[in-house]
Ligand binder design. Structure first.
Ligand SMILES: C[C@H](C(=O)SCCNC(=O)CCNC(=O)[C@H](O)C(C)(C)COP(=O)(O)OP(=O)(O)OC[C@H]1O[C@@H](n2cnc3c(N)ncnc32)[C@H](O)[C@@H]1OP(=O)(O)O)[C@@H](O)C(=O)O
Ligand SMILES: [Mg+2]
Length: 347
């Protein structure tokens, strides 16, 4: 089905022309900064060289009486720093909040082309994206912004998951989506207070064999279905899918396992909420060196991507060539941004 004729027309006279495809950027982690905390804001210059995206958070985790300080702090950190090829994103308040209009009216003219992406929380359907799309076009035209500000939706309500495909298709501004496990759990009535990861109560039991106890139990992944829906919707419309927060900072192993599940299922990156999670995301969302080496063997053995060959005893064909290309293309992107990986991959 073709997009409507005017899908790629600016929604306001003077607004920048929408993109027809996403810019190629490495976004292994979206690092959350609470802009109202001066001590953390002061770390932004060093964070810029450590992370792929710096995000100023204005929504949940910012106290109601600090919303203005967070907005002003974000504008200051955006104006005071040169982000180079590190992304500058902001998570604005919800569309039904008393703060969101001031967020948009203050940030767009203050940061103009420096702002890459607006993360929109609690997206329920395409209508939320349409609203933000139109307001941004008006503000961009008024402020003389020359490149379109992109939108990243958080998938964190039951209705949002029901509408995930229409959200992905709602605007040429759509850059991607993140799974928000805490709000989604509350919205679905799930019985967990955890922020991401597994739950010991969500498991299946092996059949009872004789009276051998305890019966083997296998913990299952609470987020598998939602991540798969999000990845399919994003890939269909050329967007990027992300895993969101992992709240237990004291369990880096479980954080890595959650991130790796998301990576293997097609996600491009995850949120880092604390410095300790930056390297976990970097490690997980940069392709494994051995996988890259094997993928390069596949591409070398099938230059035109067709046919069937055996490599190390495994059959390779057109499909595995495409899988290999995903891995090598990502490795090239990461190597271009991160010289440690350039050496590791030999790219
Ligand atoms: C639930 C879903 C969400 O909305 S998640 C997103 C919202 N939450 C956040 O954005 C949390 C961001 N992180 C923080 O605010 C802080 O990490 C913290 C308040 C949780 C903990 O801070 P602190 O007590 O200072 O931790 P430490 O003492 O361990 O800090 C050590 C050191 O690191 C500095 N620090 C802390 N956090 C950050 C950071 N994010 N970036 C940079 N630096 C940070 C801290 O200042 C200390 O520095 P020092 O060593 O110089 O003292 C929801 O949407 C859903 O799922 O639906
Ligand atoms: Mg949330």
């Amino acid at each position: 089905m073709k997009p409507p004729r005017d899908f790629f027309k600016p929604l306001a006279i003077g607004a920048p022309v929408p993109l027809t495809s996403l810019p190629i950027r490495t976004e292994r982690m979206i690092h959350f900064v609470p802009p109202h905390i001066e001590k953390v804001r002061a770390k932004v210059p060093q964070l810029i060289s450590q992370v792929d995206v710096v995000l100023g958070n204005l929504e949940d985790a910012i106290p109601a009486d600090a919303k203005e300080a967070a907005r002003d702090g974000f504008i200051a950190m955006g104006q005071e720093n040169d982000f180079g090829d590190t992304g500058l994103w902001v998570r604005i308040n919800c569309l039904n909040s008393p703060w969101v209009l001031d967020d948009l009216m203050a940030i767009v003219p203050a940061l103009k082309d420096k702002l890459d992406v607006i993360m929109l929380p609690k997206v329920e359907g395409a209508w939320d994206v349409h609203y933000l799309d139109q307001v941004l076009a008006q503000l961009e035209a008024q402020a003389g912004v020359s490149k379109p500000i992109l939108i990243h939706a958080i998938l964190e309500t039951a209705q949002g998951v029901k509408n995930v495909e229409e959200i992905a298709a709602a605007s040429p501004r759509m850059q991607g989506m993140s799974l928000g496990p805490a709000d989604l759990a509350a919205s679905r009535g799930m019985k967990t207070t955890r922020v991401g990861g597994g739950h010991p109560g969500y498991r299946v039991l092996a059949d009872l064999e004789g009276d051998s106890l305890p019966r083997p139990a296998f913990q299952q992944d609470l987020w598998h279905y939602t991540i798969a829906r999000m990845v399919d919707a994003c890939q269909t419309y050329g967007l990027k899918a992300f895993y969101g927060p992992f709240g237990d900072f004291s369990d880096p192993e479980a954080c890595e396992a959650q991130f790796r599940n998301a990576f293997l299922m097609g996600c491009a990156g995850a949120w880092s909420l604390h410095p300790s999670q930056i390297d976990i995301a970097k490690r997980v969302f940069s392709p494994d060196a051995e996988e890259v080496a094997f993928a390069r063997k596949i591409l070398d053995a099938m230059p035109d991507g067709t046919g069937a060959v055996m490599i190390d005893g495994k059959m390779q064909d057109d499909a595995t060539w495409k899988q290999a290309k995903v891995i090598v293309d990502l490795a090239k992107q990461v190597a271009a941004r991160d010289k440690n990986f350039s050496e590791i991959y030999g790219l």
